[in-house]
Design a protein around this ligand. Sequence first.
Ligand code: PLP
Length: 387
Amino acid sequence: MYRIGDIELKYLEEAFESKKLFRVGGKQVVEFEKGWRELTGAKYSLLISGGGTAAITCALVGLGIGPGDEVIVPGYTFMATASAVLMAGAIPVVADIDESLALDPADFERRITENTQAVIPVHMIGRPADLDSITEIAQRHGLKVIEDACQMDGGSYKGRRVGSIGDAGAFSFNFYKIISCGEGGGMITDDADVFERASIFADGGASFRPYAKDFTIPVFLGKQLRASEIMGAVLRGQIERLDGILSDARRNAAIVRSELDGYKGLKIAPMNDPEGDCGIKVVFIFESESEAIEFAKSEGVGGTRPIDTGKHVVVNWTPLQERNVMHHPRMNPFLFEENKGLNADYTAENCKKTVDICNRTVYIGISPDWDEKAVETKIEACKNAVK
Ligand SMILES: Cc1ncc(COP(=O)(O)O)c(C=O)c1O
């Protein structure tokens, strides 16, 4: 969450005055979904209360993924990407990342088996995955692509907004994201059936939607993930701010990168599309773990190694390693007959390259609100750290 204020208050006031806070019959969620379609270029857009985790699950449900299916996810992503796959009853299969911090296309291809149905490239810390290579491989193997754009709201890849390039895209609007309404998630797709199935799933069986009568797919039960008008109102305002946030962050990040790349051995990690990158982080890659640790903790740098952030690297996905993933053992996908023998390996040995990269990488946060002086201060701190 970077900016919030009068614009959001205007739409909130509109919602309050209408006395309609329920999305059905209200205007705010509908307007947000329309705005998000226009922004991303997708044909269908769904706002849900359940966050990015539920948005990925909606996409998987929409695509008909379930027990017996393997879904490839990168070893560096918030655990939610993998847990969403389990919520759909399928098995997340972990592939390595490369130095861009996103899914390594070659390793993705190596992990494909006859059971693989989909891949989830994740655009971590505002940086796009190599979607050209990933979609080409996926098409060749007949796999669906779900973009996890939870950390990249509004960013792009080669001129197209992320989330709109795969078969479906998922966004998070929780507090830590580029735009936010506190919590919440979004799913987009161009496929009417995917949208319909996701809508049924997210509406507790589509009992409330006025347009449920137009659905052609028989209604099944799902979760109750309806977004409220409060969420819609705040996010309508956030859309209006989004491109301003991105251009300011990109400007600051570009200055930091150009000043520091190559400075006394500092190396900026490779990027799949510097123009599309959201600019919220600048990423350095070091030769050794100790150099990375030293740099991260140097005064004023405020650096973070991906390995240190909790549940963002496969080795830290404890519930998956312990197979402790559902409230009732009979609903645990790891124990499903259909999932027996699938590639459920969440050890460091299975993802050595990911662990190595996450140990040797340091990112620093970039604020769109920094002025020239603040940008200069950060650059100086990084220079001092390697002097
Ligand atoms: C890459 C990624 N995927 C999914 C999620 C899940 O989003 P949420 O917390 O909104 O459910 C997050 C949240 O931090 C994330 O960073």
